[in-house]
Design a protein around this ligand. Structure first.
Ligand code: NAD
Length: 283
């Protein structure tokens, strides 16, 4: 299989990131097969992608073309049988991802395919352990929202081969993203710095040091952040932030203990913008 043959991308998980990644590939002319085990989420994803494409066309950020038509919803994992390149964007849950990879390997049999994960924090050496061809697996970590953020982190596992890395570098160029390459380490580059910083802001909330608004305002006006750390946490999803902190804690010790307010918000179902309530309320 050569790089130039990849014109179809399968995406598993049509949540926040899956739909954004689908949009990026669709805008750049790929045919996208989008799968989610939740049919309602899948339908909603297609509507969101169309609405977002319309919004970007209006703002003249992308050309006026019906890109959303490149996105095809699939209701069965089996429809990915002949898809040569798959990106997994299901929740940050090790067992769920491992089980998905086993299903994919069974489905694919001897048909070669490349698999990338959008995981933010799970060690790739844990995920590749169940794969028949770990050399064709690596991390392709998009930032949120994928369509607007120029960076992707390409993460090498201990077994990724050069051909896979070269394919991913080529694809990154085709979808007009700036790639950085890093080794398999908790949080990679961006989240290793970003998520503990968000957790630190949450610790200020735990200790009732200042109002939520003032914590955000201080970083915006005092450090030129485009949005405050608590708002950013709401946009990422508090469940995702918590999962990443838990992995950092497990891998790197007590310095990375998640803040209490983060745990409590997630327990209450206040997951951020996606559930219309996190640290702040969204309409
Ligand atoms: P999300 O909860 O918004 O979406 C996950 C989707 O996967 C849901 O629609 C769910 O129905 C679906 N799903 C769950 N199990 C499935 C299965 N077995 N088969 C098919 N679909 C399944 O999560 P998200 O925020 O899009 O995060 C997805 C991944 O991307 C995670 O690994 C996360 O760490 C990573 N990530 C998130 C962000 C962010 O800002 N949210 C940024 C970069 C990377």
């Amino acid at each position: 299989m050569t790089e130039t043959m990849i014109d179809t991308v399968g995406i598993i998980g049509s949540g926040q990131m899956g739909q954004g990644i689908a949009q990026v590939f669709a805008i750049n002319g790929f045919s996208v097969l989008l799968y989610d085990k939740n049919r309602e989420t899948l339908q909603k994803a297609k509507e969101n992608i169309k609405q977002d494409c319309d919004r970007l066309i209006k703002k003249e950020l992308i050309q006026n073309s019906p890109y959303h038509l490149n996105v095809h919803l699939i209701n069965d994992l089996k429809d990915l049988y002949s898809c040569p390149f798959i990106i997994e964007a299901i929740p940050e849950d090790i067992d769920a991802k491992l089980s998905m990879y086993k299903d994919l390997d069974v489905l694919k049999g001897d048909t070669p395919y490349y698999l990338c994960t959008n995981t933010s924090s799970i060690p790739l050496s844990t995920l590749n352990a169940v794969l028949k061809h770990p050399e064709r697996f690596m991390g392709m970590h998009f930032m949120n929202p994928p369509v607007l953020m120029p960076l992707i982190e390409l993460v090498l596992s201990d077994k990724t081969d050069k051909k896979t890395l070269s394919l991913l570098c080529e694809l990154a160029k085709t979808i007009k993203k700036e790639a950085v390459i890093c080794k398999d380490t908790p949080g990679f580059l961006v989240n290793r710095v970003l998520i503990p910083m968000i957790n630190e802001a949450c610790l200020l909330v735990d200790d009732d040091i200042a109002s939520l608004e003032d914590i955000d305002k201080s970083l915006k006006l005092g450090a030129h952040f485009p949005m405050g750390p608590l708002t950013l946490a709401d946009f990422i999803g508090l469940d995702t932030v918590l999962s990443i902190m838990k992995i950092f804690h497990k891998e790197m010790g007590d310095k990375y203990l998640p803040a209490t307010c983060l745990i409590e918000h997630v327990e209450k179902g206040f997951l951020g913008k996606k559930s219309k309530r996190g640290f702040f309320v969204y309409s």
